[in-house]
Design a protein around this ligand. Structure first.
Ligand SMILES: Cc1cc2nc3c(=O)[nH]c(=O)nc-3n(C[C@H](O)[C@H](O)[C@H](O)COP(=O)(O)O)c2cc1C
Length: 177
């Protein structure tokens, strides 16, 4: 069962959950979930959007670029340390995160990327805009802190890779019950 929601009613909750880690889900040759701590719910082109920032070498990026859609999955209480840990440290390139993190997939309604029962607050999004960030347009302190050039892009946390900004239209929003 899915309970439809008005995203505006949950914007505060999503914003509070973000720094603790929510999931960005993609579905290409297989389903994958990646922990994200940066992002934002908002309005652009007069429609509700969710924006995510994905580093170059993430497996998630290759799936996003291929499918042009993603699902955002947010826990209603505290995040599960095992789920956030597995999805935030292992790459879907060489791990099946569904079995390793113990995720239960829920069929989507509007796009092709499932949601996750364990993180029931779900936003289905279609990518409208993709923009690679340019490090030389950022303040030096941010580049030094978040883009250490001696760390390879395969490292799960901060590394040399810039982020790409993806703005997705929220086409469906619900709570999995
Ligand atoms: C709390 C937390 C927040 C994170 N936020 C982001 C993020 O916003 N963007 C990003 O590219 N990686 C972020 N990561 C790192 C990815 O989750 C991690 O590199 C993951 O293993 C990539 O998975 P994938 O290769 O299957 O896409 C975060 C990790 C953690 C633990």
């Amino acid at each position: 069962m899915k309970k439809k929601i008005n995203v505006n009613d949950y914007a505060g909750r999503i914003t509070e959950a973000l720094p603790k880690g929510i999931l960005l889900c993609t579905n290409g040759e297989k389903f994958n979930a990646m922990t994200i701590g940066w992002g934002g719910i908002g309005t652009n082109w007069s429609i509700p959007v969710f924006t995510v920032y994905v580093r170059e070498s993430r497996y998630t990026k290759s799936l996003l670029d291929r499918t042009g859609e993603f699902t955002i999955s947010v826990p209603l209480g505290e995040p599960d340390p095992k789920i956030n840990g597995v999805c935030g440290s292992k790459s879907g390139r060489d791990t099946d995160k569904v079995s390793e993190a113990g995720l239960t997939l829920e069929p989507p309604t509007t796009i092709n990327t499932p949601g996750i029962r364990e993180y029931p607050l779900t936003l289905e999004c279609k990518v409208l805009y993709v923009q690679p960030q340019e490090l030389d347009r950022l303040p030096k302190e941010i580049v030094e802190r978040f883009y250490p050039q001696n760390v390879p892009g395969t490292f799960p946390m901060a590394n040399r890779d810039p982020h790409t900004t993806y703005i997705g239209q929220i086409v469906d929003a619900y709570i999995i019950e």
